[in-house]
Design a protein around this ligand. Structure first.
Ligand code: GUN
Length: 279
């Protein structure tokens, strides 16, 4: 029987630490959240981010822009928020409508306010071990492992998925923690054999219940970054939990594993943002 890594509890711990720091140090923090259009999933995520801000004592500014907002208008808003001393963090909810170039928008956010950690400067800083904001989901995975007492140093880590938001920064973070890291993707030959080398297997491929016990070494730690709704409208991950759980030593459930960590780490990034004034 694997230990179930409790993302709900660990995310609550991280948020409480943020809340205590804001109160004790009297921090006056403002996060600007921009949503373009009304994609229902984005509306839920943005709502959860606002709620977390309220809990921690961070001011949030919500910009709800129409679907047909031009790229120029959005870039102007980002520039205005970059220049606004009261704003410590800027988050543009993705995906953006197809007529807006996401890369251009991300590159316009000041790296000092890039609490999502998506700016090329933040990504570059992470890869050369310099200080900077780190993408929230992979940063959350590190916290899940550390706070569950799982040693990363010297371990074989296999990451399945190479996205800019999860797979690549995850690899950099695991390297920083002295793991030996392999990144797999859709062209990887013998994926099962490679995955089976992992002491820590991190899965972010976006395919429901793709990873069965055939991919998992006995006693491995399995982290599931995926989230999907199955045919019965129930949430599930990239890992077939019931099949894998008996062979793993520790595993994250979906829901209640990696998911809640993303917002907790966003809050942590806001608290770490530069130029915070005392209230
Ligand atoms: N869309 C889905 N996840 C995220 C995230 O972490 N940040 C932003 N900005 N958009 C997202």
């Amino acid at each position: 029987m694997a230990i179930k890594i409790d993302g709900k509890q660990i995310s609550a711990q991280v948020k409480d630490e943020c809340r205590d720091r804001v109160a004790k140090e009297g921090l006056d923090i403002t996060l600007a959240v921009i949503q373009v259009g009304n994609d229902p999933a984005s509306t839920v995520y943005v709502g959860n981010k606002k709620k977390a801000c309220e809990y921690i004592g961070i001011h949030s500014l919500a910009y709800e822009l129409a679907e047909d907002t031009s790229e120029e208008e959005l870039l102007e808003l980002v520039e205005k928020l970059n220049a606004d001393e009261k704003v410590n963090g800027i988050l543009v909810q993705l995906p953006l409508p197809a007529h807006i170039n996401e890369d251009k928008v991300i590159q316009t956010i000041s790296p000092e306010k890039d609490v999502d950690g998506f700016h090329p400067q933040s990504v570059g800083a992470l890869s050369i071990g310099q200080p900077g904001f780190v993408s929230c989901t992979p940063a959350g995975v590190i916290q899940l492992l550390k706070r569950s007492g799982i040693t990363i140093d010297g371990k074989e880590c296999v990451i399945i998925g190479r996205s800019n938001i999860v797979g690549k920064p995850m690899a950099m973070l695991m390297l920083r923690e002295n793991a030996t890291v392999t990144v797999c993707h859709s062209h990887t030959a013998n994926l099962k054999e490679v995955a089976k080398r992992a002491d820590i297997l991190i899965v972010a491929i976006g395919k429901p219940k793709f990873i069965t016990r055939d991919y998992v070494k006995e006693g491995a730690v399995v982290i599931d970054v995926g989230i999907h709704r199955n045919e019965n409208n129930k949430l599930c991950g990239d890992v077939d939990f019931d099949d894998v759980e008996p062979v793993a030593s520790a595993i994250t459930p979906v829901p209640g594993g990696v998911g809640p960590m993303t917002i907790a780490m966003l809050m942590n990034n806001c608290v770490e943002a530069k130029g915070i004034r005392k209230a």
